[in-house]
Ligand binder design. Structure first.
Ligand SMILES: Nc1nc2c(ncn2[C@H]2C[C@H](O)[C@@H](COP(=O)(O)OP(=O)(O)OP(=O)(O)O)O2)c(=O)[nH]1
Length: 202
């Protein structure tokens, strides 16, 4: 293997994902992929596809879309889906949508499915899907409004309208699964792949 460390590109607009990788010691070039997720989700929904397949398809599409512009680089695409009792939830458009979404999720268990795909020069080299189960407390509307006031618009960029590592922790009764998967990336398996490819030390 040549001595040069491969360039790693993150095909994501997610600050959470960029920070996760940077804090874990992986230097990445940011190159968000312009993908119309809505159209793909609607088609997959119509076909009755499981959320795991949708997350994988979207992560792969983002990685493939960006590899063309970054020859030779390891390009990471990622996606996260939230499913609760058969319903799929997306990042809320605004505070009112976040409020309604959290009212739908409270007192129930939802699943987060996070997928990462790595492509190079248009070829998919690796992928990993991981799941987590999160049970929310049946909190009151008064609590919910105080949470939204304190959490602010930051949580609108998150599929569940919460940051588990922040005030979002107060929403939960129980969480089962990998912390990083919940934040949006199966980071530990991804670091294993990056070690094999000489990006970080074995
Ligand atoms: N900080 C934080 N972020 C979270 C948490 N749960 C989910 N997220 C974020 C990670 C992702 O940015 C977002 C998941 O939505 P997507 O997979 O559609 O990614 P996003 O649209 O942000 O970026 P991308 O599609 O990759 O360009 O939610 C959490 O507990 N904490």
């Amino acid at each position: 293997m040549s001595g040069a460390v491969p360039t790693v590109v993150l095909a994501s607009g997610s600050r959470t994902r960029a920070e996760m990788l940077e804090r874990a010691g992986v230097r990445v070039t940011l190159a968000p992929a312009a993908v119309d997720e809505e159209e793909i989700k609607l088609a997959a929904r119509a076909e009755g596809a499981p959320v795991e397949d949708v997350a994988e398809a979207l992560a792969e599409l983002k990685a493939q879309r960006v590899t063309r512009k970054h020859p030779g680089a390891l390009v990471i695409g990622a996606d996260q889906m939230l499913e609760c009792e058969g319903r799929w939830f997306d990042k809320p458009a605004d505070r009112d949508a976040a409020r309604a979404q959290l009212q739908d999720l409270r007192g129930k268990t939802h699943r987060l499915v996070s997928c990462a795909v790595v492509s190079r020069d248009g070829e998919r080299l690796w992928h990993h899907v991981d799941r987590a189960r999160l049970t929310m407390r049946p909190f009151s509307d008064a609590f919910l409004d105080s949470y939204l006031n304190a959490a602010g618009d930051d949580v609108l960029g998150s599929v569940g309208a919460y940051h588990l590592e922040g005030l979002g922790a107060q929403l939960f009764h129980r969480v089962d699964g990998d912390f990083f998967t919940i934040l949006g990336l199966p980071l530990l398996p991804l670091l294993g792949f990056l070690r094999v490819h000489g990006v970080i030390a074995e």
